[in-house]
Structures are given as C-alpha cells and as structure tokens.
Design a protein around this ligand. Structure first.
Ligand code: HEM
Length: 355
C-alpha cells in the first residue's frame, strides 16, 4: 500500500473522529477511547483492509486488550519478572498478560484463515493479503520466513506499536493546547491561512512552520517512551572511554536527549520556539529523537508523523479545545504517571465547534 493510499485512510478516519466529537456539542469528554479507536483504525485498515465502528464489540475488545497489555508491560510486577523470571508462575499480571496475548493472537489467526479462503493474488487489499501471497510463493522452499507464526507476530506488533504511542501523543497535544490557549490560537491562525476549510493533507506541512514546531515540541515535551526499548550489544564496544562487552542489556534513555540542558533552551517547558529560528522558519534539531535512532529506529516513524500532523490540524481546524467549565488552564496538570508509555493524567476536554 502506497503513502497516498495510507494518507487517504487517515483523512477518512479523522473525518469520522471529528463527527463523533462534534456530536458531543462541546460538552466535557474524556478522549482516550475515541483517540485510541481512531488511531487503531488507521493501522487496522492497513493490516486488515477495513475499518471498524468505534462501538463494534470485537474492535473495542481488541483495543482494550492492547491497552491493558501496554499497562501490564510497564507494571512493577512485570519489571520484577524481567529481573527474576523464576517468579513468573506466582505473578498474576504475567498470567493476565499472556492470556490477553493469546486472545489477540487467536483473533489474528481466525482473521487470516478467512482471508486465505478468498485470497486473490491480483487483488491484494491488505497487509495480510500481501503476506499470504508471499507465503504461497515461498511454498516448497527449504527456509520459510512468511509462516503463520511470523504473520501473527508482525500483525500484533504493528497493531500494538502503532496505536497507544500515536494516540497518547495526540492526547498530550490537546491537553497542551488547552493549557496554552495562545499557542492553540496561533496554530489555528496558520491553519486558516494555509489550509482554510480544505481537508488537511501532508503537503500543507512545509507551509506551516509554526504548527510543525508545535507538533515537534508536543513530542519532545511529552517524551512518551523515556525508556525507549531495551537493546543488547552484538559485539564489544567502547564509547567515550567506557568498555561495554558483547551481550550487555542496554536501556538507551530517550529523555537524556529530549531534555538535554545543552540542547534545549527550556528543556522542562513547553516551548515551540525550540524548533523555530528568528525568522519563524522551522529548524530541525539533532537531539529530537522520540523515535530513537539507528538500525532499530521506530519502523512506523513516517506513518506516525503523518498521523500526528493530519489528526492534529484537522481537529484544530474544526474545534477549539477548552478545559471543562470551572477549570482554568492553570489548573491543568501536566505531570505524568509512571508507565511504559507515558500518558497524561486522566482529563476531560471541551471541543467547541469553530464554525
Ligand atoms: C508518536 C508515535 C510513535 C513513537 C513516539 C514511536 C517510538 C518508537 C520507539 C522509541 C521505538 C524503539 C526504537 C528502538 O528500539 O531504538 C519504536 C519501535 C517501533 N515502532 Fe514506533 N513509535 C510511534 C509510532 C509507531 C507506529 C505508528 C508504528 C507502526 C504502525 C510503529 C511501529 C514500531 C515498530 C514495529 C517498532 C519496532 C522496530 C524494531 O524493533 O525494529 N511505531 N517506536
């Protein structure tokens, strides 16, 4: 599936999301379910070739299993298990994690078995179709890669990695816009000037340096994966005089760059000017690494950036986000509870229609 086709899915999905938000008529709304569903649908439409209604029971169940497993993954008992695997049989969280995993895997297996029955090599409509075609081409070869187990794992990994991260970043974005209404207003002015009432598309981004800077700063400030993913050295290495033997477990902390005092003027504040020069032009920063770096950099970086830009601009084009009545921007809490994916504290938003 090409970039344009994927962008069309995002555009279709932000329309559904905005319509549902509109139906709440500016009343206080907790966005986690809606945002997760919209972002899950983008990845699901790539993987399965179709989207789900947000209240579809199977879809709700899948999204909740993924979320629950993200939560369990970062729980203290799972850290304990990683340090002392012998404790595994005594840990309830580990059991729940594996049961959830099995339920998602079973759903994926049932789905691709159905897809296989109607597979048409000349009409591949999803990632699963493309994988199954490769699997058939591989038939008879000694070393098989496109097997059922790999299909299950890759579909589940893409679903998990692609949903919580992007949806959480967007929820941070809306919270920050409520906290800093003057920044929200400047983004909306740029949207009105560059996009007007047209549907936002990726090509608008280069003409919107302020919005681009705000989205980068949301990612830097939110710092949603401060622990990154663990890595292991594949050979002996020496870095800045420190010897690290082959096979060492490494946690490459992303907040060491995203909040580096030598790289950012105000590392602990939300300050879009970090990404703007004195003429208001967008500037790239080497220390901007929310997707990590190197060979194992996030596989979904391009998709995530597209989603963040399109969802963020389409929402701010249609709505102004305000705290619920009785809550002022200064009351909004930007602290972040400790989890594997750092989400904002539970809060409600009022999406007031701009039309
Ligand atoms: C704002 C959104 C996102 C952020 C901040 C993010 C961040 C990251 C980070 C930090 C890693 C670890 C890289 C490393 O090991 O050094 C990662 C890995 C990964 N991400 Fe993302 N991600 C996002 C969205 C997505 C999306 C939308 C997808 C796909 C649909 C995706 C798929 C993956 C995959 C498959 C990996 C594992 C790559 C590998 O091990 O080779 N991510 N991501």
């Amino acid at each position: 599936m090409g970039k344009k086709a994927i962008e069309d899915h995002v555009v279709e999905e932000y329309g559904y999301l905005a319509d549902i938000i509109e139906s709440h008529k500016g009343k206080p709304l907790e966005m986690t379910h809606l945002m997760n569903s919209a972002i899950a649908n983008v990845i699901v439409s790539i993987l399965l070739g179709k989207r789900f209604e947000y209240e579809d029971s199977t879809f709700k169940r899948l999204v909740s299993l993924m979320n629950e497993n993200m939560r369990l993954f970062g729980s203290p008992s799972m850290s304990l298990y990683n340090m002392f695997p012998i404790l595994g049989p005594f840990l309830k969280d580990k059991k729940s994690f594996l049961e959830n995993l099995k339920e998602v895997n079973d759903f994926i297996k049932v789905t691709f078995t159905k897809y296989l029955q109607v597979l048409d090599k000349n009409d591949q409509r999803s990632f699963i179709d493309a994988f199954l075609v490769k699997q058939q081409e591989e038939n008879g070869k000694a070393n098989k890669f496109f097997d059922d187990e790999n299909l299950t794992e890759v579909v589940r990994n893409l679903f998990t990695a692609g949903m919580d991260t992007t949806a959480t970043t967007l929820r941070w974005g809306l919270l920050l816009m409520m906290k800093y209404p003057e920044i929200q207003k400047k983004v909306q002015e740029e949207i009105d000037e560059v996009i007007g009432t047209n549907p936002p598309r990726s090509e608008h981004r280069t003409k919107m340096p302020y919005t681009d800077a705000v989205i980068h700063e949301i990612q830097r400030f939110a710092n949603i994966l401060p622990l990154n993913l663990p890595h292991e050295t594949t050979m002996d290495v020496t870095i800045k005089g420190y010897f690290i033997p082959k096979g060492t477990y490494i946690i490459p902390l992303l907040n060491s760059v995203l909040q580096d005092k030598t790289q950012w003027e105000k590392p602990c504040s939300f300050y879009p000017e970090h990404f703007l020069n004195s003429e208001g032009k967008f500037v790239k920063k080497d220390a901007f690494m929310p997707f990590s770096a190197g060979r194992r950099i996030c596989a979904g970086e391009t998709l995530a950036k597209m989603e963040l830009f399109l969802f963020f601009t389409s929402l701010l084009q249609r709505f102004t986000f305000q705290p619920p009545p009785g809550v002022s921007p200064s009351d909004l809490d930007l602290s972040a509870p400790t989890r594997f994916v750092i989400a904002p504290v539970t809060h409600e938003v009022c999406a007031v229609s701009r039309s």
